[in-house]
Write a protein of this length. Structure first.
Length: 172
């Protein structure tokens, strides 16, 4: 099936290997990806409106190349690795119970974003707006409080102590 220069509305993609596919200039509106493999997919000018990814393996995608018009995506129980979310407005985005490894969130608006129950190992947060975001029960995040904005951001103990890791202090 060809995915480039197409439009998909209210489609469900289930158990599909989409590795090395091109979604260039494609619109996905009210679509669901369940248990799909998306590796090195070309997202140039892809429109993702009300698109949900569940139980997907997503590696090497540059979401910042998507068309940002009415961009609305969500992730549940996904494995995301080496993905770029930099310079994006991801206000109210769900990253629920995900493994988010080595991903970039630089200059990103993550206001009201939900990272609950996610593992954020080696993911980069720099110059992000994390106001009202939730990191409850999240782990392995490394966020420099001096280079990111927080307001009413939710964290859980003991993981919240990692926010102090940039300081040369000892905690007993």
């Amino acid at each position: 099936m060809e995915y480039q220069n197409e439009e998909f509305e209210e489609n469900d993609f289930k158990d599909i290997d989409l590795a090395e596919s091109s979604f260039r200039n494609t619109k996905f509106i009210d679509c669901n990806f369940d248990n799909c493999k998306l590796l090195n997919v070309d997202l140039n000018n892809t429109r993702l409106q009300e698109v949900k990814f569940r139980n997907c393996k997503i590696v090497g995608l540059d979401f910042s190349k998507c068309n940002d018009f009415i961009l609305n995506i969500g992730f549940e129980n996904c494995y995301l690795s080496y993905c770029i979310f930099s310079d994006m407005d991801l206000d109210n985005t769900e990253f629920n119970e995900c493994k988010i490894y080595d991903c970039d969130f630089v200059n990103t608006n993550l206001k009201n974003t939900n990272f609950e129950g996610s593992d954020l190992k080696n993911s980069l947060f720099r110059n992000t707006n994390l106001s009202y975001a939730s990191f409850r029960n999240a782990k392995d995040y490394s966020i420099d409080p001096n280079n990111n904005s927080f307001k009413k951001t939710k964290f859980s103990i003991p993981e919240v102590i990692s926010l102090l890791s940039i300081y040369d202090i000892e905690i007993d």
